[in-house]
Ligand binder design. Structure first.
Ligand code: NDP
Ligand code: PYC
Length: 341
């Protein structure tokens, strides 16, 4: 929840993109990488995802400065099989790797009905929905899986092993924005724990444990040697395990517990992997996919589900187009300062 006491400024999307591009470039990213990351981060801020928008810029900057990530990496795309594209991100960010392979994997999905995009040696520090929504806008179904850094205890376990391991899904709709969900498999995203700690908020039951493994309501205790729990007990734990398998074992990337960033003080971006599964629903005989989704959404509303996943984001996107992208005034001041952030 945004801090209600914090002053908010509104800035045009293009201005925010230009500001973020200049910050990324100033801290060692190539022109191409800076443009992709700036568009991604500004889009996330525009859509109201507080934990992964401009709040993350200090983390990007300190990571680039630490030498942990290569902001000038040029991803290497391999056409591995009729339905399999592999990308070595070359220790760069995952979003430029996805951008480099996006057309190829979409073409393969159309040709085969389904295709995989396996990215390894990559850093993902953002929300996942920008990775899947564009596929759905092109009529495809997409799933994405990313593992992160060991900060989540497997169900029944004693120490952190999994990452916060998000899963995102997008499907096209007839005459409406795609149906999208994007969620961490931990009880809360690590970014939201950082925000709760900054704002002195207590956490609900079941979110995390302290360094002794005792349940805690304190975000500071989770950040200070404690750990997060998965959402939904053993069920979320199984999904988190699946993300480790798909995003790391299948792509050739690191598990969340495997990389060692201790030699790079300031590093915050996990060096892991990402898997995307892209499906062409038009391959179904007598294709009724879009109509079936409308039936489902209609029935969900009829059952009383007032808010569909993705809806809040689309509403915030429309408000940002009208009023400018909301950003805390002190955060924007820091971004605009010559020695930001
Ligand atoms: P949330 O719990 O806020 O939301 C999860 C999903 O549920 C969203 O699609 C959201 O839609 C939807 N939703 C939320 N509330 C409702 C409701 N009341 N009714 C119906 N749908 C609802 O997300 P998380 O905190 O789990 O994750 C936040 C972000 O953190 C994600 O974008 C994720 O990708 C990112 N993340 C990134 C990581 C990385 O390694 N890069 C690691 C972990 C998390 P809507 O979007 O419209 O609100
Ligand atoms: O919020 O859990 C998170 C996260 C991890 C990596 C990027 N975001």
């Amino acid at each position: 929840m945004p801090d209600p006491g914090r002053a908010i400024t509104h800035i045009p999307f293009s201005e925010l993109c230009a500001l973020l591009t200049s910050i990324f470039e100033r801290h060692g990213a190539s022109k191409e990488v800076a443009a992709v990351l700036a568009d991604n981060c500004a889009s996330v801020q525009r859509d109201g995802a507080e934990s992964h928008g401009t709040f993350r810029i200090p983390g990007y900057v300190s990571t680039l400065e630490s030498g942990w990530v290569d902001g000038r990496a040029v991803p290497v795309v391999t056409d591995a099989a009729p339905g399999f594209v592999s990308v070595d991100a070359m220790n760069g960010f995952a979003q430029p790797a996805l951008a480099a392979a996006r057309t190829l994997v979409a073409d393969k999905a159309r040709a085969n009905g389904i295709a995989l995009l396996a990215i390894h040696n990559s850093h993902h520090f953002s929300a996942l929905w920008p990775d899947v929504e564009p596929f759905a806008r092109d009529g495809l179904v997409a799933l994405a899986f990313v593992n992160s850094m060991a900060c989540v205890v497997p169900h029944g376990g004693q120490h952190a092993l999994f990452g916060t391991n998000p899963i995102a899904f997008a499907a096209p709709r007839a005459g409406a924005d795609p149906l999208v969900f994007d969620l961490a498999t931990s009880a809360m995203a690590h970014g939201d724990i950082q925000i709760a700690a900054r704002e002195g908020q207590a956490l609900p039951d079941g979110v995390g444990v302290d360094r002794e493994g005792r349940p805690t309501h304190s975000p500071a205790a989770i950040l200070d040697g404690g750990a997060l729990c998965t959402f939904g007990g053993h069920k979320g734990s199984a999904l988190s395990m699946m993300v480790e398998i798909l995003a790391a074992a299948l792509t050739g990337g690191n598990f969340s517990f495997e990389f060692d960033w201790s030699g790079h003080p300031g590093a915050q971006t996990p060096r892991t992997g990402q898997l995307l599964i892209v499906i062409d629903p038009s391959r179904q005989a007598g294709n009724t996919f879009a109509a079936r989704i409308e039936t489902l959404v209609h029935e969900m509303k009829g059952a009383g589900q007032a808010r569909q996943p993705g809806e809040r984001r689309y509403l915030q996107r429309a408000a940002s187009a009208r009023d400018g992208v909301p950003i805390p005034a002190d955060e924007l001041d820091r971004l605009r300062a010559p020695a930001e952030p």
